[in-house]
Structure formats: C-alpha cells, structure tokens
Design a protein around this ligand. Structure first.
Ligand SMILES: Cc1cc2nc3c(=O)[nH]c(=O)nc-3n(C[C@H](O)[C@H](O)[C@H](O)COP(=O)(O)O)c2cc1C
Length: 347
C-alpha cells in the first residue's frame, strides 16, 4: 500500500468538495463548507499548512547511531508516537455517505489503536449519535477522547457522564465551536464560556480536561487557571473565524506562557513527520492531525488509518535521527534554523 493509492481509492467514495489530495494543503477545497474547507473568504487553512514549511530544520548527522524512541505518555496512556487523529463530525454531510459519525469514529479508533496511538472523537447536535459513539468507545476499552462542544452545563453533565461510563481517559472541549453556524441561537445557549464557567465545566468532567481552540497566551492562561490539564492550540482548521494567524505562528508564545503547567498539543496543517518535528521543536508536546485521516479512512478503512499514522511516525523518526534527537525530550528549539541577522525562525 502507498499513500497515493489510498488517496486514489478515497476519491471513488468521497464527495467532490474534498479532492482527497495526497498533500492536504487546503487549496483544492478552499472555502467549501459543507465540505472540508475554511470559513469565509480568507486563507486560514492554507496558512496553517504553509507556516510549518517556513520553519527549517538544522541537520546534524555527526552523532552516534542509537535507537530512536518516539513514545509519549498522555494521562497514563503510553503511546507509540506523539500523534493523535483529530475529531471530525458530520462526516456524511462533509465527505459522503460511506461513513456516518459512528462508523467513522469506530474505524478511526481501531486504526489508531493498531499502531499504539489514540483518536479524538467529534460531537455534533445529534444526541443519539453521541450515545452510539460512546458505545464504540466502550468497545475499544476507552481508547478515544470525546471532544464535546461547549453546550449548556446540563447537556454537558449528560455527555460527561456518558464519556466516563464508556471508560474515557480524558475529555476535550472545542471551546471555539461557537463560530460554527449550528451552535448559534440555541436554547439553552451554547458557545463561548467565561473562565469561571470553564472552571465549573472542568470540575464537572471529573477527568483530565483538554481545551481545544486556544490561539493566544491569554486564552491559554485562562484555560490553565480554570484547571485544564492540556491545551490544544487550534483554529479549527480555519472553520470558525476568518483572519486568524496560523497555529505554528502562535505556538511559541503559548508554550512560553504555559511553561510546563499543562500539556500543549497543536493542530492545523500538520501533514508529515517533519511537521511533527517542527511542532515539537517550537514547544508542543504532541500533535493532532484531522483531515488526512478522512482520506485514510475513505480510501482504506482501518488499515488506512494505521498506515497514515505509521508513515508520519516513521518520518518523525527519520527527522529525529538526522538532527541528533534520540527521544522526544531531546527535540529542542536549537534544532530549528534561526536567521542570524534577525533572530527569526519563521523564514
Ligand atoms: C469537516 C470537519 C469537521 C470537523 N469537526 C470537528 C469536531 O466535531 N470537533 C472538533 O473539535 N473539531 C472538528 N474539526 C476541526 C479539526 O479537528 C481540526 O481542528 C482542524 O481540521 C485542523 O486540523 P487539520 O488541518 O489537520 O485538519 C473539523 C474539521 C473538519 C474539516
């Protein structure tokens, strides 16, 4: 199996809004929503992809050969790579009827488990869908992270309880989902939360809590103060607010602010092992990749998901080897090329 074949096979099943591009850079889908595109008129998804490429790596092959260890621990889960499959919901609407959310989450979790990683699971308005997703989670021994929308507290209590009952080891919330059309004008209201509301939500969850949709040091600080154990630097792939910077651009300031008080994850345009290396060198602990897993699953199901993860994980190993990093904690800022005159590492 090679990645190009998986993309070709995916194109037989996927709606034309997504071209199942071998390199998913946000250009072909543009602003197609429904579909995998970005919101509005701007280029946020494309900018996410491009920003990683502006970070160049310092190669140093003059180091003793040794095994490369990419293992990562998240809240007691020992993982083979610092790579998670990201949450995507309403897959039939955006990509076509080969999967509904339940089937997609099932394939995603199983494929990730096969190679020792984990998936985030999406959430949408369909309450029954969430219950079924939780039964799939239970079946995998709790190997996924429910990523719940910022609903009203009473709905959250129900969804948190279902997540715990299914054996989840953590809960995430895409706190930026207020930018999605279907969360607007709901009764009871859903969307943005104050720091105080978030603190109550974190307490109610009773599991390690990940706040997804952090794009500034200030928001990261509020999330950590509210009790989040991890922040996920994300602009929802450009789907919630036009005009945002890329996640790579804001990552260094956020990791500096958090300074070891919480785990820092990042998503947005991360497509290969060198991108994972770039993210870790800029201070992230691990990465999340979303859209390419759709191509993997629509093209080759569970095997496709495992294939993509292993491919990116092995590319990460290659980058580590040639930069002298033997384990993830060896990856450091000085492994990134820095312009001597300006001190900039985004070139
Ligand atoms: C069609 C589609 C549906 C998504 N659904 C969700 C969701 O339910 N929950 C969520 O937190 N993020 C959702 N996302 C955002 C992704 O998880 C991720 O943050 C974003 O796509 C950036 O990562 P990527 O560039 O690797 O795709 C969705 C993205 C797409 C394209």
């Amino acid at each position: 199996m090679i990645w190009k074949d998986i993309c070709d096979q995916a194109r037989d099943h996927i709606k034309p809004n997504c071209m199942a591009c071998p390199v998913c850079d946000g250009r072909a889908c543009g602003n197609n929503v429904a579909g995998p595109g970005a919101k509005g008129y701007d280029d946020v998804a494309i900018r996410n992809f491009k920003a990683w490429k502006r970070v160049r790596i310092n190669m140093d092959p003059l180091v003793a050969a040794a095994p490369i260890d990419t293992t990562f621990n998240l809240f007691g889960q020992s993982l083979e790579y610092p790579i998670f499959a990201g949450p995507i919901s309403d897959v039939a609407l955006h990509y076509g009827p080969l999967y509904d959310d339940t089937k997609y989450n099932h394939v995603l979790m199983k494929g990730c488990l096969d190679v020792g990683t984990r998936a985030f699971l999406g959430d949408s308005v369909d309450v029954r869908g969430f219950a079924i997703a939780m039964s799939a989670l239970k079946e995998t021994g709790g190997a996924g992270i429910p990523t719940i929308k910022p609903w009203d507290i009473s709905i959250l209590q129900e969804k948190f309880a279902a997540s715990r009952e299914a054996g989840a080891f953590a809960i995430a919330m895409d706190i930026d989902a207020g930018g999605l059309p279907f969360l607007k004008g709901r009764t009871p209201p859903a969307g943005c939360k104050s720091e105080k509301e978030l603190a109550e939500i974190v307490q109610t969850a009773q599991l390690p809590f990940i706040v997804k949709g952090i794009m500034t040091p200030n928001a990261a600080e509020k999330a950590v103060r509210a009790g989040a154990k991890a922040v996920l630097v994300s602009n929802h792939g450009g789907r919630v607010l036009d005009g945002c910077p890329s996640t790579a651009e804001v990552l260094p300031a956020i990791t500096k602010q958090v300074a070891g008080r919480a785990i820092v994850l990042v998503d947005g345009g991360i497509r290969c092992g060198v991108d994972v290396f770039r993210a870790l060198a800029l201070g992230a602990d691990a990465v999340v990749i979303a859209r390419p897993y759709i191509t993997a699953a629509y093209g080759a199901g569970r095997e496709g998901v495992a294939f993509l993860t292993r491919k990116i994980g092995e590319e990460l190993k290659d980058a580590m080897e040639l930069c002298g990093a033997r384990k993830l904690s060896d990856i450091s800022r000085d492994m990134i090329f820095c312009d001597a005159a300006s001190g900039a590492f985004f070139l």
